[in-house]
Structure formats: C-alpha cells, structure tokens
Design a protein around this ligand. Sequence first.
Ligand code: UDX
Length: 440
Amino acid sequence: MKLAVVGTGYVGLVTGTCFAETGNQVTCVDIDVNKIERLKKGEIPIFEPGLDVLFDRNVAEGRLTFTTDLKAGIEGAEVIFLALPTPPGEDGSADLKYILKVADDLGPILSQYTVIIDKSTVPVGTAEKVQAAIAKNATIDFDVVSNPEFLREGVAVEDFMKPDRVVVGTTSAKAQKVMEKLYAPLVRQGNPVIFMDERSAEMTKYAANSFLALKITFMNEVANLCELVGANVDDIRRGIGTDSRIGNRFLFAGIGYGGSCFPKDVQALAKTSDDYGYDFRTLKSVMAVNDDQKKKLLPIVHEYFDGSLAGKTIAVWGLAFKPYTDDIREAPALENIKALLEAGAKVTVYDPEAMENVKRLIPEITYCHTAYAALDDADALMIFTEWPQFRTPDFTKMGKLLKEKVIFDGRNLYELDQMRDLGFTYYSIGREALNVPALA
Ligand code: UDX
C-alpha cells in the first residue's frame, strides 16, 4: 500500500518506519525543513532502540522517503496518518490546532478515496472535528479513523511490530477493510484488531494510560503506607501481582511516573470529564499523589543533613523519565535537581542518554562522563532512573568515592540485605530505611 505519515515526531517516525518494514511505500511529511533535511541524510532525531536498523534498511530499499510538501507527500496515498502533537493547553485540554490545520489543508488536495487516521492521542470527538474540517473543502469520498498508539518509549519498535492489540475506531465498512489489510502483517500471532466506533477508540487510549497511571500511583501509596507500618512493598507487589486479575506489570513503586504521555493524558481525561460535568475523582487523586510522590525523597534528604544542604554535593544517577530513552519530559529528576539547587546544594549528574537534553535547561550542574565520576567527593547519591548499569555497581568503589555512604534510591534498585551488610545508609520507596543515623 502507499501511505503518508504527517508529523515526523516520535509516533510518526516509528509508525512510518515500521509500516515501511511491512512492505508499504511510506512518505513522511513535516513542516520542519531542518528535520526533513536531517532525515534525508539518514539522521534520526530521536533515540529509540532498534529504530535505526529498520530506518536504514527501508530508506536504502526506497520504501521510506521524506518531504515538506504535503501535496506531493500524499500523492496516491490510500492511507494518511496524522501523527501531530497535541500539547496540553493552559486548562489541561489537548490543543488540536496542529491536527485541524492539516485537516484544513488536506480537504482540497485529496484526489482519491483516502482513509485519514488520527494516530495522535486526541480527545473524544476529534475524529468528527477532523472529518468536518476536511469535508469543508473536499470533493471526493474519504473516512476519518481513530487508531490510537500504545507504544512505550524505549521498546516502541517491538510494541509496534508485535502489538498486544490494535484499536481501530471507525463506523465505515470501507475504511475497516483498509485497516484490516494494513495491520494484517502485525497481528499474525492472533492478537486482535479491535474495531469500535471513533469515540470509543479515542476514549480507549485515555482509559488505558490513565489506568496504568492509577496502577502505579496505587502502588506508590501502598509503598508510602508500608514505610509507616513496617512492611516491604516488594513483597506486596509479588503477593498481589501473582493474582491474575491484578497482573504483575506496572506495580513497581517509585519516585512517581513521568514522560510525555501519562501526565498529559491523565490531565486531559480529567478535563474532558469536567467538561461533561462529571467529577472523575480517582483521576484527580492520581495527579495529586503523583505530584507529591515526585518530591518524596527531598524532606528525607534535608532531614539527613540536619535541615541544611548548603555546601553539600549531591550526586544524581539518572535524568531520563525511564531507562532506554533520552526523554526528560516530566522526569522526576529535574524537579528534584532544581529543589536541591534552590536549597544551596551542588549537583553532579550522570545519565547514559539524557544529559545533553538537561544541559540546555539546567546548565549550572556538573555533567559527568561516568556514573562513578559523579560520585567523586559527593556527600550522597540520589537515584531517579533504573538504567541497568546502576543495578549492580561496584559498591566498594562507591563507598570510597562518596564522602558519606548514603543513597536515596527512588527506584528500589538494591536488595535491603545487601545494603545492610555493606553498611550503606539506604533510603528507598516503601521499604525499611537502613542504618539511619538517628536510630543507629
Ligand atoms: C506510556 C504507555 O505505557 C504507552 O502505552 C503509551 O502509548 C504512552 O505512554 P511511556 O510514556 O513510554 O508509555 O512509558 P511507560 O513505560 O509506560 O512508563 C511511564 C512512567 O511510569 C515512567 O515514568 C515509569 O518510570 C513509571 N512506572 C512504570 C513506574 O513508576 N512503575 C511501574 O511499575 C511502571
């Protein structure tokens, strides 16, 4: 099939590349001249494991091309994906200006029956708005379909090529056939393409992300209570995750969720609820608890240093909102680093991928080439991202480099017995604090 993907951000680029890999002819369109030039030169503007191999192959074999010209890009395309940003407006609702602008532009230039697919996360009712915007100027038959993506950053290619399910919102039998053909190579394992109406598909995306955010937040609150009652959240996770009704994924307590999706989508769904006059109380609690959770370690750090961080150096491991990405959007590390600086501390950091992105926002901290270099002469270590290299470090070396053997771990990376034996002062989430000075 011939496809066009409008918007070469994260979702658009993964979608375009993966559909080229399944044998389609794909043109990616973007108004950003610079970006398109870089893509034409073979430069991928995002870090996503495995994407480079597919990208290079499909560019080399001529199935993946790039243009800034919308009309040329959609020429002959049976399917047009809209993968455009929907940033939150001031009131938390998703801003549709980019999508509706392209919809306006598409109307007069469609030249054959086309399926136009909303891939971006968009509020309920957007497919109808896109339909109306295109219809204003269109002279030929077309359908607008909602096809939300469920990709996780860091494993997006795998998620795309082997989806648990594909959700398609359309009430058009003609569009349904096109979508079945398009996704057939990806659902051969028997995973379903679930058809529903447009509004339900739009709602499914928000419900999925909000439910996952709720699941994490619930565990974070269980963890907070575990600390008070003297229980271990790791054991609770194992104890409840083995119940197949609950499932063992997304139950890891920590320093709060971040990223480009969960915070934005929870907020947008709460806003939609308000707009429809429904007070979605669990969502509002999720937002409030997560805001607090991100700051959870700060009072503990302050208390450890007797209320003053002035003149102290805090080493930070991990800046990205999760491992295998350089994405720092809503990353808990940033808020914590800013608070440490405000409290008069110096900060030394290491992250395998995200340092360049943070340098632009917070230039005044020390960026180190290795995790150990960040520890040199620091008074304590804080951990915000569970990069695998942090999981089994050389603790003896750490103990020598740090001025004090103290770790504030927002990701529960280490076993309590091991840290107790090694003599570290160790604070984690939802577990006993070890070797706390006041209690020693
Ligand atoms: C998410 C959804 O998983 C994906 O389906 C959707 O398309 C986009 O949003 P992503 O933002 O890439 O994907 O990140 P994800 O892996 O889901 O993690 C989100 C946040 O939750 C991270 O900050 C992560 O650290 C946190 N998290 C996740 C936990 O704190 N505990 C967990 O058990 C799982």
